[in-house]
Design a protein around this ligand. Structure first.
Ligand code: E4P
Length: 217
């Protein structure tokens, strides 16, 4: 499973990338707002840090305007992945951009049929929003499972990018179902390593080691 980090915070991206665990980055207009930075400037910085795909979202809602914005975003760096919303205009832009060799992330997916359309439009990634479905009292993981089945039935190459991840359990469930990628907020990504028995075990090993009086090397 690939890990993307879901943020436009350059410091967080830099630190997580240094761990060697990052395969890409996703941003959206809300995350750009939160970072308080110019979209072009901050996205360029992110692309300079991370080798993998960096999703940058168009904000236009009509095809022609989306394509104009996509052209501007594409110029930022070679690893830009254009993010488009799951609308007919977004799907049309997806088809045109992927036919032109661009990577496209189709975002705001809340239903299996939407994911089917995105795959038919040649999407590189489909982003089902797990947490926001959970918020409605419906199990978001069911959607990942349905999309996995549909994509496998027809051998679609579109990668399932589990998005709106809120917990470490979301990551585990998405991995068990076979999502190709999870885009995870920095704090949740850091929490993946945590286990109380790991901390307790390490403390015990270090205490016993100190009693031996030995040093390695
Ligand atoms: C995905 O690409 C989105 O940026 C993100 O996962 C949305 O998550 P949220 O529901 O926490 O805003």
């Amino acid at each position: 499973m690939k890990f993307f980090v879901d943020t436009a915070d350059v410091k967080e991206i830099s630190e997580l990338n240094a761990l060697g665990l990052l395969d890409g980055v996703t941003t959206n207009p809300s995350l750009i707002m939160k970072a308080g930075r110019d979209i072009i400037e901050v996205t360029k910085e992110i692309c300079d840090i991370v080798d993998g795909p960096v999703s940058a979202e168009v904000t236009a809602t009509e095809y022609d305007a989306m394509m104009k914005e996509a052209a501007v975003l594409s110029k930022i760096a070679d690893n830009i992945c254009i993010k488009v919303p799951l609308t007919f205009d977004g799907l049309k832009a997806c088809k045109a951009l992927t036919s032109d060799g661009r990577k496209v992330n189709v975002t705001l997916c809340f239903a299996a049929n939407q994911a089917l359309l995105a795959a038919k439009a040649g999407a590189t990634f489909i982003s089902p929003f797990i947490g926001r479905i959970d918020d409605m009292g419906i199990d978001g993981m069911e959607l990942i499972s349905e999309i996995r089945t549909i994509y496998d039935n027809y051998d679609f190459k579109t990668e399932i990018l589990a998005a709106s991840i809120r917990t470490v359990n979301h990551v585990k469930q998405a991995a068990l179902i076979g999502a190709d990628v999870a885009t995870v907020p920095p704090a949740t990504l850091r929490a993946l390593v945590k286990h109380p028995l790991t901390d307790k075990g390490l403390d015990a090993f270090l205490a016993d080691w100190a009693k031996t009086g030995q040093k390695i090397g």
